[in-house]
Design a protein around this ligand. Structure first.
Ligand code: URA
Length: 483
């Protein structure tokens, strides 16, 4: 029996070197004992002379790609399987095409399991913020991969979280990124990982706000988010109560009155005899009152009410969103629905006091399409944005903020006419025509719509960073402890 000693569980080059020597020396698969680490005993593969009795070896390129995935599997028999395939491929050139072959089938299954594990790691790693000891920010996550995937999956995290300093601890090793260099460290234990930080609450709020009880499919959900990952996911503790409550909430949704529009009223072109004289508006209060009977475009016809801005008249910062949503339309107050919750949470994370900000929208009426009983948000068109600019100008004129923040592309377009992408304006210190400083960032509902958990996490962090930028330009908005 020959012993082939590999230096670590994914020592592909080591395996390849041994496999080449064994195959050339015609050592049959059953005569090799593949081991990882320093083991004693046996006739070592290293003793075989390179080139040995020499037969020319050839394998298809697809085999190398397959082997590089299979070697990451935790099955101890994987080295043996791969060598058997390599051995057989010397005679059976089309072997990899025979999906029903036992070895080919097994190798494909192992490769699939590795890819799945990598996918789960990219989706379910949750970073927790820690103090790095130098007063800086660092992030640590704990994850339990089933296979030896760390090196393979590392580029994903480096690319996604390039600007953060992070560590991913796992029982199979540690990935450390200091912002410049990736290091692979020792295996870790769960006790080394922090258990909670402020982001936990964020994840829970976010998850609860996107959970739709009427669409609950526990089986599909568990397939996508297997239960074994739950203990490391801050949002997971909500799953059972939300599932338990889903039937009641669905029933409640069915029974509750639809949030349907009022009956269509006369066309907007009909002048309202009771319309106030807009040219005589002299205060914010008069503006808010006059806006209640606005007929500057047709959106008033279907909306429940005008949703004017809200916040202190002396606010240092005015945040401008797009238009009220379903819940804002019913409440008459901006940013109180799911996007508002995301906004509140991010403000708090950034150390900003929402109650000290003036929050409004580019358009003051809810525009929607009715689908069944549901009112689905519809983007306001350029004419509607332009018509409503009148109110936004009044709000800005009465509040006179030190800084205006555009939340999303519609707000940016309304404020500046900027026709380029939001991305090109984001992060830059811009200004309104009257010189008031302006920043642009994403709309909080963009974070709610992102389908991928990792993207959500990184985009949320970027949004919070943008809000911290707001706080640096307008310190009056900072919460006392952050000031
Ligand atoms: N989206 C907005 O742009 N504004 C709101 O008030 C709510 C959701």
């Amino acid at each position: 029996m020959f012993v082939a000693r590999l230096s670590h569980p994914v020592d592909f080059e080591g395996w390849r070197g041994f496999a080449r020597r064994f195959a050339q020396a015609l050592v049959a698969p059953s005569a090799i004992d593949w081991r990882v680490g320093d083991h004693e005993g046996g006739l070592f593969g290293e003793d075989l002379v390179e080139g040995g009795e020499g037969r020319a070896l050839s394998v298809p390129r697809a085999f190398i790609a397959l082997a590089q995935e299979v070697i990451c599997h935790s099955d101890p028999a994987r080295f043996d399987l791969l060598y058997r395939l390599l051995w057989r491929l010397q005679e059976e050139k089309e072997l990899l095409q025979i999906a029903s072959d036992h070895d080919v089938h097994r190798a494909a299954a192992l490769a699939r399991a590795v890819r799945r594990d990598m996918h789960k790691m990219t989706a379910f790693v949750r970073f927790r913020e820690v103090d790095d000891g130098d007063g800086g920010e660092a992030f640590v996550a704990w994850f339990e991969p089933e296979h030896h995937i760390l090196e393979k999956v590392a580029p994903f995290f480096v690319e996604r979280f390039t600007t953060m300093r992070w560590t991913i601890l796992t029982p199979r090793g540690t990935l450390l990124w200091d912002g410049r260099e990736l290091k692979l460290g020792e295996a870790a234990t769960r006790a080394q990982a922090p258990t909670s930080d402020a982001m936990e609450e964020w994840w829970r709020t976010y998850y609860a706000s996107i959970f739709n009880p009427a669409r609950l499919k526990p089986k599909a959900m568990k397939a996508e988010m297997p239960v074994k990952y739950w203990r490391n996911l801050p949002e997971a503790e909500l799953i059972s109560p939300l599932i338990a409550d889903a039937t009641r909430r669905t029933q409640e949704m069915i029974m509750s009155a639809p949030t349907s529009p009022q009956k269509r009223r006369p066309a907007a072109s009909t002048p309202d005899p009771a319309a106030p004289d807009l040219s005589a508006i002299e205060s914010w209060e008069e503006a808010a009152s006059a806006a209640r009977s606005c007929r500057r475009c047709d959106l008033w016809c279907d909306a429940t009410q005008t949703v004017f801005g809200e916040g202190p008249r002396s606010a240092p910062v005015v945040f401008v969103g797009e238009q009220p949503g379903d819940q804002e339309d019913l409440a008459g107050t901006p940013f109180v629905g799911p996007a508002g919750k995301v906004f509140d949470r991010a403000m708090a994370e950034a150390g900003l006091d929402r109650t000290q900000a003036y929050v409004t929208n580019a358009v003051k009426h809810f525009k929607f399409q009715l689908r069944g009983k549901r009112r689905i948000h519809e983007k306001p068109n350029a004419g509607e944005v332009k018509a409503c600019r009148f109110w936004l100008d009044l709000e800005l004129g009465f509040v006179k903020p030190q800084l205006v923040v555009a939340l999303g592309a519609t707000a940016l377009k309304a404020l500046t006419g900027h026709a380029g992408s939001l991305a090109s304006a984001r992060g830059r210190e811009l200004a309104l025509p009257d010189g008031t400083p302006l920043l642009a960032t994403v709309h909080p509902s963009y974070l709610l719509r992102l389908p991928d958990e990792q993207a959500k996490e990184s985009e949320t962090k970027r949004f919070i960073t943008d809000l911290k930028h707001v706080g640096s330009l307008a310190p009056g908005l900072r919460l006392p402890r952050a000031a």
